[in-house]
Design a protein around this ligand. Structure first.
Ligand code: PLP
Length: 394
């Protein structure tokens, strides 16, 4: 008998992991590799959050919580959504889960029937297609080219909808492109979702990391009618540098949230209790450190962007949010003797000792993704190495 279920046969491990593993291997051999693959802020979790976690443990608050999350945490999330996003929810419209990733996983499990289509804009976060497929769904890709700032248009969305379409995923600010949809663009996309009667999955995990005055809007803010067909997914991983705590949440239709909570009651039970207490403080406490971290990312971006853009052949848009750059390096790869960007990325690692993520994993094979969630010093050295590598071979 076959060892594995059919369901996992086409499952591909996260593309970001392969290059990170290779970089680690080189590091262990004593090679000075600079990794620009990081998907997490390089700051410590703020002190007040750590203290709240410790306090809760000392008070003996280490038992199960309700499957959908502590009432006090739901309240803190409801307050946050009202404060930051002008969105009003009740407690039965919120679920707290084990990171935004698992919340999305649970969401697709409860909304998709076999064969249901989910529209995924390219470039996409690597987990969307796999999660959709694991729920029996079919990813339908719509390309946001670099010329259109890696965003899809309302017309493209309309063209992609079929009678099997269940939902569209909007991730703004985007991983990997760093682009942000404007309020107007969101309104146009939302109108199509309404006309075509599809759900909107809005992944807003990078909400707090926005630069140079660009603002984040939640598509659920467009109107009450749009809000009821939108499931907002967010979390504290990127905003509060809490990736390892694994707390994310969804806000949306009470029937969907109840199904997610029921599923969680049989899968995870609850997100880790201590992490939930930490998250209450993350939202109810001072937001000063969130802003400080944002500023650090912004100044790194400002410093590094012109240098990256000056490398021969590199075509790069200035990101508006998140902490990634997504240059098109197809010309650079070609002029330096590589038949693909993937090969260019491999050579960059072994010869220039800089680890970047090939865009092929995000559906954008002409690009590479560089994370600036690392010190400015290392970023500058990495860009200097890439520049020297390219110039030597051009
Ligand atoms: N959504 C996007 C676009 C992400 O990049 C990530 C993390 O890399 C997540 C969701 C998951 O966040 P969490 O750590 O809360 O699971």
């Amino acid at each position: 008998k076959q060892l594995l279920a059919n369901r996992v046969k086409t499952l591909t491990p996260s593309s970001t992991l392969a290059i990170t593993a290779k970089a680690k291997e080189l590091k262990e051999q004593g090679i000075d590799v600079i990794g620009l693959g990081a998907g997490e802020p390089d700051f410590n979790t703020p002190e007040n959050i750590l203290n709240a976690a410790k306090k809760s443990m000392d008070a003996g608050l280490t038992k199960y919580t309700p499957a959908g999350g502590l009432p006090a945490l739901k309240k803190a999330i409801i307050d946050k959504l009202a404060r930051d996003n002008n969105l009003t929810y009740k407690a039965n419209e919120i679920i707290v889960g084990v990171g935004a990733k698992h919340v999305l996983y649970t969401l697709f499990q409860v909304i998709l029937n076999e064969g249901d289509e989910v529209i995924i804009p390219i470039p996409y976060w690597v987990s969307y297609p796999e999660q959709v497929k694991l729920a029996g769904g079919v990813p339908v890709y719509v390309e946001g080219t670099q010329e259109q700032s890696f965003k899809i248009t309302a017309q493209q969305l309309r063209n992609a909808v079929t009678e099997k379409t269940k939902a569209v995923i909007i991730n703004s600010p985007s991983n990997p492109s760093g682009m942000i949809y404007t309020k107007e663009e969101l309104a146009e996309l939302a109108q199509v979702a309404e006309e075509m009667d599809i759900l909107i999955v809005s992944d807003e995990i990078y909400e707090k990391l926005v630069y140079n005055g660009v603002e984040h809007y939640s598509i659920a803010e467009v109107s009450d009618a749009v809000k009821v067909r939108t499931i907002v997914v967010n979390g504290v991983a990127k905003s509060h540098s809490m990736t390892g705590w694994r707390i994310g949440y969804a806000a949306g239709d009470a029937t969907i949230i109840k199904a997610m909570t029921d599923l969680a009651s049989h899968s995870t039970s609850n997100a880790t209790t201590t992490a939930q207490y930490a998250t209450i403080e993350a939202y109810n406490g001072s937001q000063d450190t969130v802003e400080k971290m944002r500023q650090a990312f912004e100044s790194r971006l400002e410093a590094i962007f012109p240098k990256l853009a000056a490398i021969p052949g590199v075509k790069v848009l200035k990101p508006q949010g998140a902490f990634y750059l997504l240059p098109d390096v197809s010309e650079t790869a070609e002029k330096t003797g590589y038949t693909s960007v993937d090969d260019f990325v491999s050579a960059l690692l072994t010869e220039a000792n800089v680890a970047v993520i090939p865009g092929s994993g995000f559906g954008a094979p002409a690009t590479i993704r560089l994370s600036y969630a690392t010190s400015l010093e290392l970023l500058e050295e990495a860009v200097r190495r890439i520049d020297a590598f390219v110039k030597a071979k051009w």
